[in-house]
Design a protein around this ligand. Structure first.
Ligand SMILES: [Zn+2]
Length: 350
């Protein structure tokens, strides 16, 4: 198991070296954008945190985007960041004989709680659920609905795009033409158009509410603190197959946050499979069912026996969200991030 992990790490390092060789850095360094407590939306690598922001009086948030859970957010303070920075130094820079228990208090071994936003919650709050269910009822109970259902069933077997011959295409096109009127009058009736307009408006309001609830969950207002958010740049579900899940993701939430608080888009490289205590690659736990071995993809386990969190199963999204937060914060504080989260560690930084 450890041999596989080491081989994977070596392979990744070799691939990275090849990439660096093929794409040498030629871009000149630019002046960073200074981030204070004013609302903004920028890339983390282009920014620098202002001295005016008190680190001890700030809450940081890391958000990971996904499909099953649309977003998963963790909140952490500067003390947790310092702890992980200290652990990185312990495992990768100095061979300090210091006892690991002195660095990690037992309360910090658990990752922070997450604030989850799921597609079901989004659909309910945006009133998409009631819109779809009313459409389904209408289809089942009215004559026009029955006609549309029949037409849809007929048309599902007459695909224009998958026709193999010109005659077949012609035949299928005629079928589509015949059903056109009944389908259009059902979906584009005055009543249906009105409902869709209403849905668009309620969607906007619900998005604002969901984003506000997420910011409130950090507790920054009660503590009178500044909130700095880091959002991952991948997994919005755009351009990917969604395997039957409802698409609720996208960049809308980071844009709303950007209107209210400093929000940084952070590179998600390696964030989901790096242990945040020893900064080595995590492995999926294996499970034996009968005579088969099954991998659990939703969770990770660290198999480095020196790691303070070794052999404990951790949730993938929780690791990923905190890793994004730590990587982004390192980037705006020092201009560089942890080398394991840096896609191009040899490149010249500002
Ligand atoms: Zn570890």
């Amino acid at each position: 198991m450890t041999l596989v992990r080491d081989a994977r790490e070596q392979l990744q390092a070799a691939k990275r070296a090849i990439y660096e060789y093929r794409h040498p850095n030629t871009a000149p360094a630019t002046n960073p954008i200074i981030i204070d407590s004013k609302p903004s939306l920028h890339k983390a690598e282009d920014c620098e945190l202002s001295d005016r922001v008190s680190l001890t009086n700030a809450v940081f948030a890391g958000t990971d985007n996904g499909l099953i859970k649309t977003t998963e957010t963790v909140f952490f303070d500067i003390e947790r960041f310092v702890l992980h920075l200290e652990l990185y130094r312990y495992f990768h820079i100095s061979e300090d004989p210091m006892d690991i228990d002195d660095i990690v208090p037992s309360t910090c071994l658990n990752l922070p709680e997450t604030h989850t936003v799921g597609p079901k919650q989004i659909a309910q709050q945006t009133e998409l659920t009631s819109y779809t269910s009313s459409l389904v009822i209408k289809k089942k109970r009215t004559t026009a609905g029955h006609q549309v259902m029949e037409a849809e069933e007929l048309l599902s077997g007459c695909s224009i795009h998958q026709s193999t011959t010109a005659e077949e295409l012609d035949r299928n096109y005629q079928e589509h033409e015949q059903c056109r009127e009944s389908v259009r009058s059902f979906y584009y009736s005055n009543n249906q158009r009105k409902r869709r307009r209403h849905l668009e408006l309620s969607k906007k309001r619900a998005h604002d509410r969901i984003a506000a609830a997420e910011r409130k969950a950090s507790g920054f207002k009660e503590g009178g603190k500044a909130l700095v958010m880091f959002v991952g740049d991948r997994g919005h579900g755009v351009g990917s197959r969604i395997k039957g899940h409802q698409r609720g993701g996208g960049t809308w939430k980071q844009e709303i946050h950007g209107r209210d608080t400093p929000t940084m888009i952070t590179n998600e490289y390696n964030s989901s499979h790096t242990c945040l205590f020893c900064f080595q690659k995590l492995s999926h736990p294996l499970q034996t069912i009968g005579d088969k071995v099954k991998t659990t993809n939703g969770s990770f386990i660290c198999i480095n026996d020196k790691c303070p969190n070794a052999f404990k199963v951790v949730c993938r999204d929780q690791v990923s969200a905190l890793a994004i937060g730590l990587a982004g914060l390192a980037s705006i504080l020092f201009g560089v991030t942890f080398p394991c989260f840096d896609q191009q560690p040899c490149r010249l930084k500002r």
